[in-house]
Design a protein around this ligand. Sequence first.
Ligand code: ATR
Length: 277
Amino acid sequence: MNTRKVWVLGWPIEHSRSPIIHNYWIAKLGIENALYEKHAVEPENLKACLDGFRAASIVGANVTVPHKETAYALLTHHDNAAKRLKAVNTIVDCGTHFEGRNTDGYGFMANLKAGHPGFDFTQGPALVLGAGGAARAVLAALAEAGVPEIRLTNRTAAKAEALCRDLDLKVTLIDWDERAAALEGVRLLVNTSSLGMKNMPPLELDLTALPTDALVTDIVYAPLETVLLKQARERGNKTVDGLGMLLHQAVPGFEAWFGVRPDVTEELRALVLADMN
Ligand code: ATR
């Protein structure tokens, strides 16, 4: 049997933890002749790389920064999530063609559902901080989950507006300086900005107005417990860290390439955490 090779494409790619995740599952599930590798691709070479998949015996890929949007444009077939986000993070060999998919929204929701089973997304407003690449998937997922009101705030208001237009989402736009007041009545608070990440400024947010029964989550997972999550936990809010999103978004791709649905386990979390440390 030929080796089934999957690549993760990015520029740079050294930081990617996807090989740890997929190679853990390959070993754990005893999948033979499977290989998951980092593959650095400069932006101008992405097309040639995708065109060369068949010749290189590549059966699929993950796509990360800065290639997600270009991969969407280059591929001719997409799943609904990729169409909605106009971005691809997973590529699957469908025999006659390669299909671009997007599992980021799935990963975000699966992480919240695993971390806080039974959370009812329809019970009240969500406030989303940030309007970058990660926010796209989060906003679309929240709308799909039936969140009755989505509040969005971003340092650069024009980017938040453009994002809502692009995704055709009904969102209440909040001035960045008004973010603390916008916590009033919120059931779910999501940080998708890079604030709070290692080597980035902290996220400054006074949580006083946030109901203590609200759920708080952060896309940032280095550090695992961000200042936002710590502050929320200390005042009694339930929190879900961002590492699970990274782990859960990998599940559908692995299942599509290798035919087995893998589990997100504590052992896998520990493995990725050890690599981070
Ligand atoms: P990602 O793909 O991870 O979402 P990104 O597209 O670079 O990354 O987006 C980073 C987000 O963090 C943006 O919302 C950005 O705000 P701007 O749109 O105003 O740039 C936000 N962000 C980064 N640094 C920030 C800072 N110092 N203050 C406030 N927001 C910041």
